[in-house]
Design a binder for this molecule. Structure first.
Ligand code: 13P
Length: 256
């Protein structure tokens, strides 16, 4: 049994307008606030961060941005800094999502810089790692995810690593309906935790929360969460309705 506090986050990606996002946040608040033994996080599009954070201000549900820049301010047209994200009420920021790596040129080193900058401003990075299907089939899964992990955590002190969340999202499982089996996910999570023990210490590794992401649904969450090194989930499509997201959050409560 793990003593780590589970953390389930919904990544809304580039979906929902302000009114829709606030309505979804309200419903999630109503359905999920009673679960006190789990951290629940929503990651709206940037345009909805402020109103959603306002709506959730008096609730235990946290707000995450989906990306950030590593600098505090300056001539970076179109970007948002950790300072600005903290200012609108974010507590977390997703960095290194595979869509940003594949489609927007995000590098391992850049992800590490963002994680460093987020801790400088008291925000919690959710550092994403994950292999493509070609990499998995070539037997390179652990090489890829450990390289991404090393770079993502490179600039952090042990106490910062403890607060960092790492999300393992195999690219071939994202939006495909093809979830990694609990055993496949557990194997990678165990390797990630072992590496954190080497980078920091076994005590640090024991505290870091590792999420799984990739086609997480109400009917597969319990089996994933039953794995010893899976401490939560980063949910895409199934986080866009309050009902499916709340059922994922309530994975231990059959009556929810
Ligand atoms: P899906 O749950 O839609 O597969 O998306 C996973 C994801 O990318 C979350 O960040």
């Amino acid at each position: 049994m793990t003593t780590r506090r589970p953390i389930i986050a919904g990544n809304w990606k580039m979906n929902l307008g302000v009114a829709e996002g606030v309505a979804l946040a309200s419903e999630i608040r109503n359905r999920c606030s009673r679960f006190r033994d789990i951290d629940v996080v929503v990651a709206p599009a940037a345009t909805s961060l402020y109103p959603v954070a306002q709506r959730l201000a008096d609730s235990p549900i946290g707000v995450a941005a989906q990306n950030c820049h590593a600098e505090d301010k300056g001539a970076f047209t179109g970007e948002l800094s950790p300072v600005q994200l903290a200012d609108v009420g974010c507590r977390y920021v997703i960095v290194g999502h595979s869509e940003r790596r594949a489609l927007f040129g995000e590098t391992d080193e850049g992800v590490g810089k963002k994680a460093r900058a987020l801790h400088d401003h008291g925000l919690i990075p959710i550092v994403c790692v994950g292999e493509s299907l070609a990499e998995r089939e070539a037997g390179e899964t652990l090489d890829v995810v450990l390289r991404q992990l090393d770079a993502g955590l490179a600039g952090l002190q042990p106490d910062e690593i403890v607060r960092t969340v790492v999300a393992y999202e195999p690219v071939w499982a994202i939006g495909t309906g093809r979830t990694a089996t609990p055993a496949q996910a557990q194997d990678v999570h165990a390797a990630l935790r072992k590496r954190i023990a080497e980078l920091a210490s076994p005590a640090v590794a024991d505290k870091v929360r590792l999420q799984y992401g990739g086609s997480v649904k109400p009917d597969n969450i319990a089996a994933l969460m039953a794995q010893p090194d899976i401490d939560g989930a980063l949910v895409g499509g199934a986080s866009l309705t309050a009902d499916s997201f709340a059922r994922i959050v309530a994975y231990e409560n059959k009556d929810a």
